[in-house]
Structures are given as C-alpha cells and as structure tokens.
Design a protein. Structure first.
Length: 243
C-alpha cells in the first residue's frame, strides 16, 4: 500500500472530499476487487476470514506546508488464508496528481497455532490512469510473523518495488512491524520500510478500537532521509468492518 501522491488542502475544504471517499468505500464493486490489511502502511499478519469485508480511509498531513494525501481501500477475505482488495492512490484537489488503481493480494502460506509463527506473501499491482509516468508497476513481499499470548506481535520481511513506483530505479529492502496490545481497545504499534524512497519511513503510533466495527489509527511518519528538510508528517486512518 503505497501512498505516493499528495494534495494541498485547506482544513475547511476537507469535509466534502471526506464524505465522497466514505461513499466511495461503500459503493466499490468488491466482487472484482483484488488491498490488504496493514499496521499503518506495512502489511500486517492479519488475514480476513472468508466473506468478511473491510474498508479504510487513509490520510497524511505534512505540517511544513499542509500537504495532504487521501487513499481509500477495500479488503475482502476469500478463504484459504487469502484476502484481496484494491487501493485508490492520488485523489487530489484542486489539481489532480497521478492517479493509480492498485489491486492487491495477501496470502498466508503457513501458520503454527501453538507457537504463534506464521508466514505470508503478497503482491500489489499499480496501474496509473491519469498523468501517467509509467505503464504498470509491482510491489512484492514475503514476511515472517511471530505472535505471543501476552499481546505482542512482530513481523520481519523483504520487499521489491519495480522502477518508478517508489523511486526511479528498482528498490529492494526490508519491512518490519511491532504491535503491543495494552487492552482490548488500545494497541501501541510501529513499523518501518527501509530505504530512501517514497515509502521509506519509521511510523510509531497507536491503534484505537472506537467501536466493535470502527478502528482509528494514528502515527507520525519520520523519513529515513530528509527529516531536517521537512520529510515527516502525520498519518491517520479510519477502518470499518462491514460484517
């Protein structure tokens, strides 16, 4: 899930786009969708059960110049440890940036119930549909996860982005997550994509279960490079379980 495009918005102008994106999440043709659940940006070890549908609206706000991004996504569990979905990147106002449709898939190949270990792989495709700078792109990864009974879970994996998706050249690196449940409603979390590219951030934050169906995610993204020149921003997400 790469949030690569950005927009500049005055706070009072956020209401109408926000309502539009919530509506978009409801009416998306999920039967054709191929995205995944994440901690914040990095794919998590969670896999939706068959028939479950999850929608999310992600956003960032950079305090230096109030540059904002919005990314809606829908995820569907199809069984056999597989979830599929779609992300929409680059929604912008007043001028559109590069828009991308990104179908994705995540597949848990192995899980040991007693030890808490699991292994999953995933793939995201990128299809620019407006202001195209490339034809297609790909993000593939493989990740090992470990969960403990006291509420700690970590993942460690490797990624490969094809050229022009997060940098001009192909990029290979590591992706890591940490989650610590404090109680049933509150979880401390952090994640990291290595490398100097469009997803190269350390993201510490928290996850709050507002209701049985609605979850709020908040983090602060700190760039692997360029922090002193403004490469840091707020990240927020609202996730909703439809069933």
């Amino acid at each position: 899930m790469c949030k690569l495009s950005s927009i500049t918005l005055h706070p009072l102008r956020l209401i109408r786009p926000f309502r539009f994106l919530l509506l978009l999440l409801v009416v998306l043709p999920v039967s054709r969708a191929c995205a995944q659940e994440t901690v914040f940006d990095v794919p998590s070890a969670d896999i939706l059960d068959k028939g479950k549908v999850y929608g999310e609206l992600d956003g960032t706000l950079r305090p230096v110049d109030f540059l904002a991004t919005f990314t809606p996504r829908v995820v569907v569990g199809i069984g056999h440890g597989i979830e599929v979905g779609v992300n929409f990147d680059g929604l912008s106002s007043p001028a559109l940036g590069q828009l991308e449709i990104s179908p994705t898939i995540k597949w848990r190949l192995w899980r040991a119930e007693t030890s808490g270990w699991s292994f999953f792989v995933g793939d995201d495709l990128f299809f620019p549909v407006y202001l195209r700078t490339y034809n297609t792109g790909n993000y593939a990864y493989a990740t090992l996860a470990k969960e403990w009974k006291h509420g700690t879970r970590i993942t460690a994996g490797a990624y490969d982005f094809t050229r022009n998706v997060v940098a001009k050249a192909n990029r290979v690196g590591g992706q890591f997550t940490f989650e610590q449940a404090v109680n049933k409603r509150f979880t401390l979390a952090a994640e990291w994509y290595t490398g100097n590219n469009a997803v190269g951030y350390v993201n510490p934050g928290a996850i709050v279960k507002l209701t049985p169906k609605l979850t709020f995610y908040a983090a602060y993204q700190i760039g692997n490079a360029g922090v002193t020149t403004g490469n840091h921003q707020f990240l927020w997400e609202f996730g909703y379980n439809f069933n």
